[in-house]
Design a protein around this ligand. Structure first.
Ligand code: NAP
Length: 261
């Protein structure tokens, strides 16, 4: 995720000399500096010393240790901290830092890897407008980003856009398998499924009409689409989606509680 962010920033005219990354693993450092030409260092403290924006992009399990080690260096200077770790609340970050800081908590998603991500962001009370602008600029380098009014909404964002790519992959998988049963070859079934998903997403994004209106436009009475949609409705697909997303949100809450304890 860090590598994608750096790639996105560089593609958006960020100066290569303004980015510094740390990783304890020499191979990772070498790969970052060879591929992206950025400066890399072995310890996180070296980054915090220099940077005015610090992006925390380690796995949630190691976040407590990483942040605790940075507490002194961060406290000394006014820095913007951006955390992209799933399930790590501001409250936990502040307690590990032993101070209230300008922190932006971000929930990105995997399409960020191809600069087509969407992130939900929430800023701590100490974050000023300029820092918020900068945080949004950074996250927009790998897609788009929206501000949330309440940190609790991050759990809903996790259930929607965080886990969402997998829901669409699952639906594509189901359509592809159904197409095989309908007599298409696997190659044709895959191509038609993927291009249909892409076309529908592009239409929905570029249209002024809602997805519900777009669906109604292509559902002629007595036609083929109506037959399929009627099955989805009779089988209560919307109810299944609702239950699935509620379960994802609940798991996000549980994981945040475990990570903070
Ligand atoms: N991937 C996603 O789709 C996604 C979506 C939402 C949120 N996130 C969040 O993004 C964060 C990163 O996820 P990821 O998938 O990019 O994980 P990742 O590939 O494991 O990247 C984490 C990087 O941190 C390095 N690292 C480990 N310990 C470190 C330390 N003490 N100091 C500095 N660097 C250290 C790791 O190095 P080694 O490989 O050498 O251990 C690795 O390069 C996670 O907190 C995750 O919750 C990811």
């Amino acid at each position: 995720m860090a590598k994608s962010l750096i790639g996105g920033l560089l593609a958006n005219d960020f100066n290569v000399h303004d980015i510094i990354a740390s990783d304890p693993n020499i191979e990772q450092r070498k790969s970052l500096s060879d591929e992206l030409k950025i400066h890399t260092v072995a310890t996180n403290n070296e980054v915090v010393e220099i940077a005015n924006v610090v992006i925390l992009a380690v796995k949630p399990q190691v976040m407590k240790q990483v942040v605790s080690e940075l507490a002194d260096a961060i406290k000394q200077k006014d820095k913007l901290i951006i955390s992209i770790a799933a399930g790590i609340r501001l409250e936990s970050l502040e307690s590990w830092l032993q101070s209230r800081e300008a922190i932006v908590r971000v929930m990105p998603n995997t399409p960020a890897l191809i600069q087509a991500g969407i992130a939900g962001m929430y800023a701590s009370a100490k974050t000023n407008d300029e820092q918020k602008r900068l945080a949004k600029y950074i996250m927009s380098s790998v897609g788009s980003a929206v501000w949330l009014k309440d940190e609790k909404q991050i759990d809903s964002v996790t259930a929607l856009s965080g886990s969402g790519p997998a829901y669409f992959f699952y639906f594509m998988e189901a359509m592809e398998n159904a197409a095989l049963e309908l007599g298409l070859s696997s190659e044709i079934a895959r191509k038609l499924t993927l291009e249909t998903a892409l076309g529908a997403a592009k239409m929905a994004v570029s249209s002024t009409q809602t997805p519900a209106e777009l669906r109604q436009n292509v559902t002629s009475p007595g036609g083929t689409t109506e037959q399929a949609i009627t099955i989805f409705q009779n089988e209560k697909l919307d109810e299944i989606v609702k239950q699935a997303m509620q379960a994802a949100k609940q798991r996000s809450i549980e994981l945040s509680e475990e990570a903070g304890s």
